[in-house]
Design a binder for this molecule. Sequence first.
Ligand SMILES: [Zn+2]
Length: 371
Amino acid sequence: MKLKNSALIAIIIILIITISIIGVVTFIPKETKPEENITEPSKYSEKATTILKEKKLFTKVNNLDYSKTLEVMLEENTFNEKYLDAYTKIDYEEINDFPTTINNLLNNNYTYQEINYILKNYLSNINILLNMKHINILEFKDISNFDINKLERYLNYSEENDYDLKTVVTYVNIGLDLEGYSEYKTYTLEEAKDITILVNKYHKLPDNYEPDDLVSLSYNQNYKLRKEAAEAFEELTSAGVLENVIFYPFSPYRSFATQNILYNRYKQVDGEKVADTYSARPGFSEHQLGLAVDIRSSNLTDNLTKEHYEWMLNNSYKYGFIIRYPKGKQNITQYIEEPWHIRYLGIDLATKVHDSGLTYDEYYDIYMEKR
Ligand SMILES: [Zn+2]
């Protein structure tokens, strides 16, 4: 009996040992093949390959398409493993601080899609983006008049106003996030001659600009416009007469000096703030261009009748004129509605502006401003 028991115990012990050995052997980590010994030809430089093998990433990476960006990151010791996937998808650009730039953008939560877009479009302005929090840059992708130098202004204006981004960009480009007259461009004498030039509270004419081709209107020898505009105005007037829409010019070309007197008189009467809503400061008036004229329906009033205004809205562009300060656009033009003020742009441009439904301030920024 004793012997039998001993044998049984022995068997059990042997069994336990056997099971233990099997268990231990099973759970011993298998000796992995060191990547240093892989002989597969590498797509990468020697230095990059060595690092990849050290990090045991070689097989994984070498199976993917070659990436110059990844290679540079490895060679410049700027490789951060958590961005491996992004590196392989970022297009390489020949710039000095490429590796740091890429890491900074990635640290700033930019995706590889965003980074590729930035590298392609804003390489020379990249610091603007590096110096601010992550922004959804792709949201601006289809906005043709987007100007990255104004990015901070767009973001501020967008926070304060409920407009869509496209509107935000145009309004900020016009300058509407700034007080009128606080910042403006002054044209050269040469630029001022351009028939299509935009004049508003952000675009000023030189004080001494005076058109050299002013001619009198048939209605009154003292009333002048630039030749092309004067001829178009006569045609517009005749077209009106044919449809029994009879109107008269009462304020065409005004010199800087005249505008100065006029504005200061208004300012004295109404104060600067109110005067600014209906009268331009000297140098900022379209009348100084010799391309704008105020019209009225009779000599008894400074206005156009509703019918005449309607006719003008629907017909003036055919003769090259637009209504420059239309109803409901005061927030853009920065002037109260002025049905009587028409501006000559030439038939082609006036038609386009009319068809766009935009104010000239907007149209100019979107389609004509050189960027
Ligand atoms: Zn006017």
